[in-house]
Design a protein around this ligand. Structure first.
Ligand code: ZN
Ligand code: ZN
Ligand code: ZN
Length: 171
């Protein structure tokens, strides 16, 4: 099978907070290509609704609530039933294409192509609302040994930190 999915080695590491003038078109295009490859690999279908929901989330690096997504979809066509949008979000989440930001009750598209179950650190900017996604092998190691000591089996370790992003700080 032709490998269309870029591996991590082939992808330059992304800035946690992409510069305001970064090539976001490319960013979202790459993320959609990865989503297609992931679905193909797993024999899943990226249905029209799943694609539309992901597309709205890929419009920026800012999280959107489920109803914001529905409102945006309604501007482009028929307003989807909430359950339809939720199901699409659930699918995207299960496949690691979208993350839920618990503290904001919102969702953000993953543009990092990491493994499912990998520790994710979300840094949420209080000024511009951007969400940066960082990975830390050291932190993952520390957490996993803490969990092990507690006899706890972590499923999807996520850390959310509020603060001010590098671009807002330099403003
Ligand atoms: Zn971008
Ligand atoms: Zn991610
Ligand atoms: Zn910011």
């Amino acid at each position: 099978m032709a490998r269309s999915k870029p591996t991590r080695a082939e992808r330059p590491s992304r800035a946690v907070f992409p510069a305001p003038d970064h090539d976001h078109e490319r960013c979202s295009h790459d993320a959609m290509a990865i989503a297609e490859a992931v679905c193909l690999e797993r024999g899943q279908r990226l249905t029209a609704m799943r694609r539309k929901v992901l597309d709205e989330l890929l419009a920026s690096h800012k999280p959107l609530g489920a109803y914001e997504i529905i409102d945006r979809l309604a501007l482009r066509g028929a307003r989807p039933a909430p359950i339809t949008a939720y199901r699409a979000l659930e699918f995207l989440r299960e496949n690691g294409l979208v993350h839920r930001i618990e503290s904001r009750n919102a969702f953000v598209a993953c543009v990092h192509n990491h493994l499912a179950g990998e520790l994710v650190v979300f840094m949420i900017c209080e000024h511009c609302g951007a969400v940066g996604e960082a990975a830390s092998a050291d932190l993952a190691e520390t957490l996993s040994s803490a969990a092990k000591a507690a006899g706890f089996a972590p499923k999807s370790p996520v850390i959310e930190i509020s603060g001010v992003c590098t671009h807002c700080r330099s403003r």
